[in-house]
Design a protein around this ligand. Structure first.
Ligand code: PLP
Length: 355
């Protein structure tokens, strides 16, 4: 990346030598991403991140086809808000956080333009049965685009295989070791989307604007590393996650794990501590160097209980005691040791303060 932030600064849309060099770097990155996503390079559209990629799929499909957007009730706001803003609806999930396929089926008709079901949830880590979702959509709404937000999945799951039935797939660099502010939408050939913005002809007229060359190069480097090391990362991190979750469940009286561990990606550790206000606990944890979050990070500071947890049937009170400890490819044994030392003490301290 530093090469493209420094001396070499060509615009890939230009014609001179430095522009051609930048174009070659973007093309190379496109090939890496295509390989990682099981796509053709022409199907990769670079974006400013997951939010733009999700908006591009939902609004783009609604504008191209006319009709309704439908999504699961546990989507990230980057899908949920465009769906609702275009007059669409949500489909419930069960207590396990998995989309209700019968309710999905009854929400579908020829009037549906796009159906979005995320591959892995950003709060609970629960993985959705995307192939089954796509089967239902093909049967009941054959004109609809099947979109999946794979932003939280790419680090852990074989997105190329699991999202093979989707027409559009969103990813974001900063979720798998890449830079912030860059991502991509895989748009399979034949899928028509109206662009969100108008301008030049970049990205085959699907996403105008000068390319973020350094970001795109970094995105591809991270994608390559994530795919190459995925199997070992999942093995190592799921062992760390299990040690953390089991340790906290044993050390904190009344602690409950959200969702079945077997349904979740390796880095997800989502627990609820009854009687605790998660914002108060996060404050104590932060002071001890533990960075965790309550709902989705984008919603932290908000006092509303997480829409993901209430969709799973938890009461607002239960949802308020929820903490998400996210592990990543860089998490270590020492990180887990620190959390196991600090968290039970902090929860106990809150109990003492309240009493
Ligand atoms: N989708 C999911 C599931 C996410 O977790 C996030 C970010 O946390 C996004 C979309 C938005 O991605 P970005 O922050 O790259 O816009």
């Amino acid at each position: 990346m530093s090469e493209w932030l420094g001396g070499r600064f060509g615009n890939p849309s230009g014609a001179h030598a430095s522009a051609r060099a930048a174009r070659a770097a973007v093309d190379q990155a496109r090939e890496v991403l295509a390989g990682a996503l099981g796509a053709d390079p022409a199907e990769v559209v670079f974006t400013s991140g997951g939010t733009e990629a999700d908006n591009m799929a939902v609004f783009g499909a609604v504008r191209a086809r006319g009709g309704l957007a439908v999504c699961s009730a546990v989507e990230h706001d980057a899908v949920l808000n465009p769906t609702l803003a275009s007059g669409g609806t949500t489909v419930p999930v069960g207590p396990d956080g998995i989309v209700d396929l019968a309710r999905l089926e009854s929400a579908l008709s020829d009037d549906v333009a796009v159906v979005s079901v995320m591959l892995a949830n950003n709060e609970t880590g629960v993985v959705q049965p995307l192939a089954e979702v796509a089967d239902v959509v093909r049967r009941r709404a054959p004109r609809a685009v099947v979109h999946t937000d794979a932003v939280q999945a790419f680090c852990w799951l074989d997105v190329a295989g699991l999202a093979a039935s989707a027409d559009t797939v969103a990813i974001s660099g900063h979720k798998f070791g890449g830079p912030q502010g860059v991502g991509a939408l895989l748009v399979r050939g034949g899928t028509k989307l109206v662009p969100l913005t108008l301008g030049g002809g970049q990205e085959r007229e699907r996403r105008p604007g000068t390319h973020n060359v350094a970001g795109i190069v970094g995105l591809a480097a991270a994608a390559r590393a994530a795919v190459e090391t995925r199997r070992q990362t999942v093995q190592r991190v799921s062992a760390l996650r299990d040690r953390l979750a089991d340790g906290l469940l044993a050390a904190v009286p009344g602690a409950v794990e959200t969702g079945a561990r077997s349904d979740k990606v390796a880095g997800a550790c989502h627990l609820r501590f009854p009687g605790v206000e998660s914002e108060e606990l996060l404050f104590l944890l932060d002071a001890e160097g533990i960075a965790a979050s309550a709902g989705s990070a984008c919603a932290s500071g908000a006092t509303e209980p997480s829409h993901v947890l209430t969709a799973m049937g938890l009461t607002p009170q239960e949802a308020r005691g929820a903490i998400r400890f996210s592990l990543g490819w860089c998490s270590t044994d020492a990180d887990v040791d620190a959390a196991l030392r600090v968290v039970p003490r902090a929860v106990a301290r809150l109990g003492v303060v309240r009493a």
